[in-house]
Design a protein around this ligand. Structure first.
Ligand SMILES: [Zn+2]
Ligand SMILES: [Zn+2]
Length: 262
C-alpha cells in the first residue's frame, strides 16, 4: 500500500519529468540549459554550477543581532556599531545570502518584475538562513512562518506578496506551518522618497494582527515566530512587525529570516 506522501512524491516526479521534456530547465541566472545530472546538487534545479558558486553567501562573522557581515577573523559573538545601542523587538535576523550580484537581481525580478516562477529558487535560497547555528539548535516544527504583509492595494498592484510566497515555499520544504498573521493598515506610498525619520514614523502603527490572532486567546501567545522577508536592510519594517507580534500577539520569540542581507 502506498502512503499519500509516496503517491504525491510519485506524481511530482512524473510531472517534473514531463515538464523537463517539454520545457528544458535553464539556469535562472545565465539562461544556459541545465544538464540533468545538475539536479542532484541542492540548488542544481535552478542554477548551473558556475552561477551557483557566484552567489554571495552570507558567511560568519556577522553581527549577532542584525546579521551584518564583517571581513576578517572575529571568533566571538559581537554586535555591530549600528545595533550596539538599538533595541529591536526581534531576537535576531539572519539571511542566507548578501543582496548583491545575481541574488539581488533574482529578488528584483521576483518582486518588481512579478516573475512568480522564481519562488522555488528563492525558497531554496531562503532555506539557507535556517542553517544559522542558533536555529539549528531549535525544533522548528513548533514554530510558525509569518510573512511581512503588504497593504492590499500594493499586493493587488504586485499581484502577490513576495514574503508570503516565500513562506509557503519554506513551509513545503520544512513542514513548519505558514500563517498570515499580520496585516498592513496604511498604504505608505513612495516610502523611498521619505527621510529615515519620516519612514520610521510612517511604520509606527502600520501593522496590526489579523482577526483570529487578536486578544488574550491569540494562538500566537508564547509562540515562536520566523518572520519572513525577501531582503533585510535596516530592520525598520521587520522591527515594526515584531513589535506587534510580541506586544499584541504575545509571541515569546521572533527571529527574522530573509533571502538576502542588503
Ligand atoms: Zn548559470
Ligand atoms: Zn548589527
Amino acid at each position: 500500500m502506498l502512503t499519500l506522501a509516496q503517491v504525491r512524491q510519485a506524481t511530482a516526479t512524473c510531472w517534473r519529468a514531463w515538464l523537463d521534456a517539454v520545457y528544458p530547465r535553464m539556469c535562472r541566472v545565465c539562461d544556459k540549459p541545465l544538464p540533468e545530472r545538475d539536479a542532484l546538487r541542492p540548488l542544481g534545479e535552478w542554477f548551473c554550477k558556475d552561477c551557483e558558486e557566484d552567489l554571495d553567501k552570507l558567511e560568519p562573522p556577522y553581527c549577532k543581532v542584525c546579521g551584518q557581515p564583517y571581513e576578517g577573523m572575529i571568533e566571538s559573538e559581537f554586535r555591530c556599531g549600528n545595533c550596539a545601542d538599538r533595541k529591536f523587538f526581534f531576537d535576531f535576523a539572519v539571511a542566507g545570502y548578501q543582496a548583491e550580484g545575481s541574488v539581488r537581481e533574482l529578488v528584483h525580478q521576483f518582486k518588481y518584475g512579478k516573475d512568480i516562477s522564481l519562488r522555488g529558487a528563492l525558497g531554496d535560497l531562503l532555506q539557507r538562513a535556517l542553517q544559522d547555528p542558533r536555529l539549528q539548535k531549535e525544533d522548528l516544527r513548533g514554530w510558525c512562518l509569518v510573512p511581512v504583509p503588504l497593504h492590499r492595494i500594493r499586493e493587488h498592484e504586485r499581484e502577490f506578496n513576495q514574503s508570503w510566497e516565500l513562506c509557503r515555499q519554506l513551509a513545503r520544504r520544512t513542514g513548519i506551518p505558514a500563517l498570515q498573521v499580520l496585516r498592513r493598515k496604511h498604504h505608505t506610498d513612495k516610502q523611498s522618497r521619505l527621510t529615515r525619520a519620516q519612514r520610521l514614523e510612517n511604520l509606527r502603527g502600520a501593522f496590526a494582527l489579523r482577526r483570529g490572532f487578536q486578544g488574550p486567546e491569540s494562538p500566537l501567545k508564547n509562540g515562536k515566530v520566523l518572520l519572513v522577508d525577501d531582503v533585510f536592510t535596516t530592520g525598520a519594517t521587520t522591527d515594526a512587525c515584531a513589535r506587534v507580534l510580541r506586544r499584541e500577539g504575545g509571541a515569546q520569540k521572533v527571529v527574522v529570516i530573509a533571502v538576502a542581507r542588503g
